[in-house]
Design a binder for this molecule. Structure first.
Ligand SMILES: [Zn+2]
Length: 203
């Protein structure tokens, strides 16, 4: 997956926050943490491109190993819960869940070693044929690009919906009342106009 990791993180973080019984008042830091987790595995590109003297396929770096996400985050989650730090536990959950989602979304195209350390085999579900000169176009013209497009569309739809709702909630009550009165007045005037233009019924 190329472009949909961040939108997927946005959707996943909102789903987790929506399922919280007592969510924190300010959701923004938690949303940001979840979205950071959704792209964190690809930070290995920096190491791959600039620091590693013998670069390998970037899914072979530890940030793309599910075990490297699952073990430390499970321990951190447990510690937070034992200490009664609910908000910290939520932060860990958001970061780790989005990191693992990234690996899940990378699997169809890019191969992930899900069974490591027991088995180092890279697993993938779909093989994208390499027919195009530019390697990126192989993925753009493959049906799996529709999955990516759907995730981006869903995230944009959710963002627009939430933005609109926030704008509505931010409106002062007086303005909302005035708008309602105005639309009622317009309705009355239209009704009057219609009544005047209709021919009177003759008894
Ligand atoms: Zn990745």
């Amino acid at each position: 997956m190329f472009l949909a990791h961040l939108p997927a993180g946005y959707l996943c973080s909102h789903a987790i926050l929506a399922s919280c019984k007592n969510p924190p008042r300010n959701l923004r830091p938690y949303l940001a943490l979840g979205m950071l987790g959704s792209i964190a595995p690809d930070l290995d590109f920096i190491w791959h491109a600039f620091l590693d003297p013998h670069p390998v396929f970037h899914h072979l770096y530890w940030t793309h190993y599910p075990f490297a996400w699952a073990l430390p985050s499970s321990i951190a989650l447990l510690v937070c819960l034992v200490l009664g730090q609910r908000n910290a536990a939520l932060g860990v959950l958001l970061f780790a869940a989005n990191g693992l989602l990234h690996l899940l979304l990378d699997t169809p195209w890019g191969s992930i070693a899900w069974a490591w350390p027991f088995d180092p085999t890279l697993m993938k579900w779909v093989s994208v044929p390499h027919n195009q000169r530019l390697w990126l176009l192989n993925f753009v013209f493959h049906w799996t690009a529709l999955v990516e497009l759907s995730i981006i569309t869903a995230a944009c739809a959710l963002w627009l919906f939430r933005r609109r709702r926030a704008a509505q909630q931010a409106k002062p009550v007086a303005i909302i009342r005035r708008e309602r009165m105005l639309s009622a007045e317009i309705g009355r005037r239209i009704a009057k106009q219609v009544a005047r233009s209709c021919p009177r019924q003759i008894d």
